[in-house]
Design a protein around this ligand. Sequence first.
Ligand SMILES: C[S@@+](CC[C@H](N)C(=O)[O-])C[C@H]1O[C@@H](n2cnc3c(N)ncnc32)[C@H](O)[C@@H]1O
Length: 217
Amino acid sequence: MELTQDVSKVEVKGLEARYYDRLMDIITLGYYPKFIKKAIDDLGLKEGQKVLDFGAGTGRNALLMRKYIKESGKIVALEIGKEMKEQFLQKTKGYENILLKEQRIDEPFELGEKFDLVFISFVLHGFIQQKRDVIIENAKKHLKPGGVFAILDYANFDVESANPIVKFAIRKIECPLAEDFIKRDTKQMLEKHGFGDFEKSLYFKKYVRLLKGKKEK
Ligand SMILES: C[S@@+](CC[C@H](N)C(=O)[O-])C[C@H]1O[C@@H](n2cnc3c(N)ncnc32)[C@H](O)[C@@H]1O
């Protein structure tokens, strides 16, 4: 069966969007805040760096990243969800170096500036492969030479033999695009677009991975 974008759940809306952070905390039995703090620490951000966040969500990640880039850095967050944008603006109010733009990431766009890091957290799995390739090209286009594309998402593993809770979550709660993403080699996906010098960090019993690739070509 060919997968279409219609099956995707990545455009989080309504109650799920309004309570997104709390839902993540509950689903992970309270582990999410510790996990996301660690994953953002693993990004290796430095003072003064410029970050572009694809499908930024509620602003929780932006606030954590700001601790590393400080006042001299900048975060540009791209988001399209109504509830997500509202929460983002509320959370990041008063921080002049955190900017929110309404921009779809799955079609070509041009911001007219380059970034040290493009971050995409739990977004890429929700697209058909053709759109994932557009998103990766958008990341590449907006990175400085040697800049880093960081994907925080499901790792590549065998869903059939995974922990029963993980298997249930992927097959019954997530959309079919998630399993399609898990089956594909994410590193190869990035290599095809000219990324290399990969680094990875694993979380949640290796079911979640932060994959960082450098723009080489
Ligand atoms: C699962 S949430 C993850 C949010 C955030 N990155 C995080 O880790 O908490 C997916 C996010 O991607 C946004 N999104 C979905 N499709 C998008 C698109 N085409 N362009 C920009 N944002 C999109 C959704 O509105 C939602 O905020």
